[in-house]
Design a protein around this ligand. Structure first.
Ligand code: SF4
Length: 503
């Protein structure tokens, strides 16, 4: 569509002539057709130097999956010759990689887009783009087209590999470019990536989600579950180990479903069992669904080594009725049984979780079940949320009569309880020696270093900057609710760590 200036007026009807809008109903369909693996990703020749002397800026919202997608976008930009900048005024391309999980995350993006209108007027050659989960929603695309006409480019989560072609269209045809595939595409291997730091790396093991929890938009925005081939994941982790990365986080909306769509008998447990043999100090994963957490996986995790003793295991509600309405496909009892199995196999495991309060119709009694489950499991920390309706999901049309103050009060009570437990769990670490991967200077005090334990707890301690990037032993001196303060132990005392681990 020709764009004469950034404030052109376009109606929704005009727009529908030029592209197929994303469609949540289509996105819900799960076909049987095979997902192809494309291994010959390349930047088109005419785009290989297009960014020479130019700058890109990618703003990321949402989960690690999105952050990792941004690393791929950055990799593609740099393969086209662009350099990264943090300065909006310097940027030739600004991309928002968005998140659709909560309404307020979306509002933030619209606020930013509005704010950048004047920059686009000052710099008409600036390319302003919106990518990520929000782009998969028809209502979002229509809103951008109607009210944010200074946006040049909109593309979806299945179209990242098309960035060079889409950018070409936006640059040379001066047209609004919208490409959002409602249905997931193939798995594209070997896309370039610019990883955020040289210590910790994210590795996608699968894409999409087939669980369709009633409150969640992800199965629509990210498509059906598609696992990467084990050999591709193993090769990527091996290469990262060779490059000196210290910690790998395996990513998927539901990593435990890994391999179910492959034609081989190979699941997440098998993958971890293969990856633990690679010489990389730590391997963790995000996020688990309790339903697919099988016994073999627990058996492999219990072998430890580089498989860390931390599991993020969202439970969302402690009440079986609410879980049913959420379509979580497990009961309170099944969740607790799983936790007990894990604790038995890995006695020092650290469990963290996600919890939703105020799901439509949740009674005080049902909320009490959530509190009692938190108490019973003893999570080290939890991400807690008030339920936020997402248009297009089944829960968004459920009757919700709980007043906002009640929801806020429940969240407060839940947070008070979790904070108390987090503090107790951390206090139990006093005087213990923990292995810390030193990540850098503390955000609040450059004199202090900070790093993370195997269980992902943040530890602050005084030390020389030369330690950044190393694994060191730290004695915990001052446990707090969310962080730990400690002091470096002069010599690594591996025996002492073992003694602590053995109780
Ligand atoms: S498992 Fe449920 S909550 Fe998680 S991404 Fe899939 S549908 Fe959403």
């Amino acid at each position: 569509m020709a764009k004469e200036n950034p404030t052109d007026l376009k109606s929704e009807q005009d727009v529908s002539k030029y592209f197929i809008p994303p469609d949540l109903k289509k996105a819900k369909k799960r076909g049987k057709e095979d997902v192809k693996v494309i291994r010959d990703f390349d930047i088109p020749e005419d785009m290989q130097k297009i960014g020479k002397g130019k700058y890109y800026l990618v703003r990321t919202y949402g989960c690690q999956m999105n952050a990792h997608d941004s690393e791929t976008m950055a990799g593609i930009f740099e393969a086209m010759g662009y350099q990264e900048t943090e300065e909006e005024n310097q940027a030739d391309v600004i991309l928002f990689n968005t998140c659709a999980i909560r309404e307020n995350a979306e509002d933030k993006v619209f606020g930013e887009l509005g704010r950048l209108k004047h920059l686009k007027l000052e710099k008409p050659d600036l390319i302003l783009g919106v990518a990520g989960c929000m782009s998969q929603e028809e209502k979002v695309v229509n809103k951008i087209l109607k009210s944010y006409q200074h946006v040049d480019l909109i593309f979806g989560t299945h179209n990242i590999h098309r960035l060079p072609d889409l950018l070409r269209d936006a640059l040379f045809n001066k047209e609004l470019v919208v490409e959002v595939w409602s249905k997931e595409g193939d798995i594209i291997e070997q896309m370039p990536k610019v990883r955020e730091n040289g210590l910790k790396a994210w590795v996608n093991i699968m894409y999409g989600c087939d669980k369709f929890c009633t409150y969640c938009i992800v199965p629509y925005t990210r498509g059906k579950e598609r696992s990467r081939r084990p050999e591709d994941v193993i090769a990527e982790v091996r290469e990262l180990a060779r490059q000196g990365y210290k910690e790998i986080t395996l990513l998927g909306q539901n990593v435990n479903a890994y391999g179910k769509d492959l034609e081989i008998d190979y699941g997440f447990g098998h993958l971890l069992d293969d990856l633990r043999k690679i010489d990389v100090p730590r391997i963790r994963f995000m996020t688990s669904h309790p339903r697919d957490f099988d016994d073999y996986l627990i058996e492999v995790l219990a072998k430890r080594g580089n498989l860390v003793e931390h599991i993020h295991l969202p439970f969302q509600s402690g009440n079986t009725e609410v879980l049913k309405k959420m379509a979580r496909k497990y009961s309170r009892e099944q969740y607790l049984e799983l936790v007990n199995k894990i604790k038995k196999a890995i006695p020092d495991v650290v469990l963290t979780t996600d919890i939703i309060v105020g799901f439509p119709g949740e009674t005080e009694e049902q909320f009490q079940d959530t509190l009692s489950l938190v108490e019973e499991v003893g999570f080290d920390s939890a991400y807690t949320f008030i339920y936020s309706p997402r248009a297009g999901t089944p829960a968004a049309i459920m009757e919700d009569s709980i007043p906002e103050e009640v929801k806020k009060d429940r969240l407060q009570r839940l947070n008070d309880l979790q904070n108390r437990i987090s503090r107790e769990r951390n206090e139990a670490l006093k005087d213990q020696i923990v292995e810390v991967l030193v990540e850098g200077e503390s955000k609040n005090d450059p004199e202090v270093l900070s790093g993370r334990t195997r269980t992902n707890k943040l530890v602050n301690f005084k030390g020389d900057k030369s330690l950044i990037g190393q694994m060191i032993d730290v004695r915990i001196t001052e446990p707090q609710t969310w962080t730990l303060k400690g002091e470096i132990v002069a010599m690594p005392l591996k025996e002492e760590i073992l003694d602590v681990a053995n109780g």
